[in-house]
Design a protein around this ligand. Structure first.
Ligand code: SAM
Length: 298
């Protein structure tokens, strides 16, 4: 039986030892900033409310520091790692955890439905828990949300600035299409702000652990999701412009301007407002009214 403590890599000293032993060189282009603080690793794992009947999907295990913490609390852990050079290291650091497996691949290209069927069929609930590679944070989170996977939580370390945008409320400069996309699918909550000093190598910015609790149903009734997100993107296309000017640049034109003004009026939205002042409910009613107008035009 292997001694789990001897394999634990949750400290700067052990991380450096493992990296040196395997002659591993960190790749900035893959967002390889390894987390070396045991307290933060525990906090991330604890925030996902895992237990032996639940599963955890980790994206980017690195040398396995967080994977080990997840394996201590979850019944099943699957870690997707793009960098093949880390596989022999993970084989060693995860050798005491047979219920943790590594899938070699790019999470953005992976068939996650298939991964679910193959690995998580027995789990009562599954959460994504990860210290994400920062160069692809948003595409990864949006893939997880848009695919409507049966997830309980997404608990991830990301750049602080991105976490603040995801959890922003209307009215501020952080609020934008990312806030609306995330909050449409989930309830965000920033669990911790993390300084650069706990990583090897240190990133240039502060980080944050954000927990997204997946919603069973969206917070607003939207008739056509694609159109809803199109309207949101259109209204934020140029932040300094009014929604009226932004909508005229994409969804409406000069000829349909009176119709657009009537739609805005029917939703109780002043055309001079800027995109950052509209709530998700207002975007939903605007998108639903545009849909009704288009249906009438047919
Ligand atoms: N989990 C480790 C930790 O906390 O120390 C490593 C986190 S490091 C910030 C990000 C990890 O994601 C790296 O191991 C990197 O190789 C991996 N990675 C980068 N892009 C990826 C992708 N598209 N799919 C899967 N893994 C990826």
């Amino acid at each position: 039986m292997t001694d789990n403590k001897l394999l634990d890599v949750a400290s700067p000293k052990r991380t450096k030892e493992v990296i040196q032993k395997h002659g591993f060189t960190l790749k900035k282009s893959l967002g390889q900033n390894f987390l070396t603080d045991a307290n933060i690793l525990h906090k991330i794992a604890a925030s996902a409310n895992l237990s032996t009947d639940k599963g955890a999907l980790e994206i980017g295990p690195g040398i396995g520091a967080l994977t080990q913490q997840l394996a201590k609390v979850a019944g099943k852990v699957v870690a997707v790692e793009i960098d093949g050079r880390l596989l022999p290291i993970l084989e060693e650091t995860l050798s005491a955890y047979p219920h943790a497996s590594v899938v070699h691949g790019d999470v953005l290209k992976l068939d996650l439905d298939k991964l679910w069927r193959e690995h998580f069929a027995e789990c009562s609930k599954v959460s994504v828990v990860a210290n994400l590679p920062y160069y692809v944070t948003t595409p990864i989170i949006m893939k997880l949300l848009e695919q409507k996977l049966p997830l309980e939580y997404i608990v991830v370390m990301i750049q602080r600035e991105v976490a603040e945008r995801m959890s922003a409320r209307p009215g501020g400069k952080e609020y934008g299409s990312l806030s609306i996309a995330v909050q449409y699918y989930a309830e965000p909550d920033i669990v911790a702000i993390v300084p650069p000093t706990v990583f090897i190598p240190q990133p240039n910015v502060d980080s944050a652990v954000i927990r997204l609790k997946l919603r069973e149903t969206p917070p607003v009734q939207v008739e056509d999701e694609a159109l809803f997100f199109e309207v949101v993107h259109a209204c934020f296309a140029q932040r300094r412009k009014t929604i009226s000017n932004n909508l005229l640049a994409s969804l409406f034109d000069k000829a349909s301007k009176p119709a657009m003004e009537a739609i805005l009026a029917s939703c109780g939205i002043e055309p001079q407002r800027r995109g950052e002042t509209l709530s998700i409910a207002e975007y939903a009613s605007l998108a639903n009214a545009i849909l009704a107008y288009r249906q009438q035009q047919r």
